[in-house]
Design a binder for this molecule. Structure first.
Ligand code: RB5
Length: 150
């Protein structure tokens, strides 16, 4: 699989380990940055990775910040992106089975790298169930065309 991976300064060290892990599993990786420990803004990296998933340059994305919260909020603003913040294997599995999550968000200050690795493994190998979930994902897309408060 072709995977784009992005992080902010809080997750730079974790990202380096996760990229090595993904390569060891045989995946192609695009490193969206950040590339050092200098303080940066996570929305910039969420945007870069989300655009690559949107365009098909990457099959799926992995975004890591301190908690994973900022990355998930930022990535979900992009049409077609279904970013899921997963702290457990169960959430990772469900995010694929029911939500067809195409971006996995993780927290480097809230999860160990070992826990991230098991979550990632499951997330990458679990297929979407389709069926009734397709109708629900279509509704998410329809809603995201924009419904402003009156
Ligand atoms: C950076 O300090 C931190 O706010 C960021 O990594 C992330 O946790 C935001 O949600």
């Amino acid at each position: 699989m072709k995977l784009v991976i992005g992080c902010d300064h809080a997750a730079y060290d974790a990202k380096t380990e996760i990229i090595d892990f993904l390569k060891s599993l045989g995946h192609d990786t695009i490193d969206e940055g950040t590339h050092n420990l200098d303080s940066v803004d996570y929305p910039d990296f969420a945007a870069g990775a989300s655009l690559k998933v949107q365009s098909g340059a990457a099959d799926r994305g992995i975004l890591i910040c301190g908690t994973g919260l900022g990355m998930s909020i930022a990535a979900n603003r992009f049409k077609g992106i279904r970013a899921a913040l997963c702290y457990t294997e169960e959430l990772a599995e469900m995010s694929r089975l029911h939500n067809d999550a195409n971006v996995l968000c993780l927290g480097a200050r809230t999860q160990s790298v070992e826990s991230m690795k098991s979550i990632i493994s499951l997330w990458l190998t679990t297929e979407w169930e389709g069926d009734r979930h397709a109708r629900r994902l279509n509704k998410i897309e329809t809603n995201s065309r924009g419904q402003d408060a009156e």
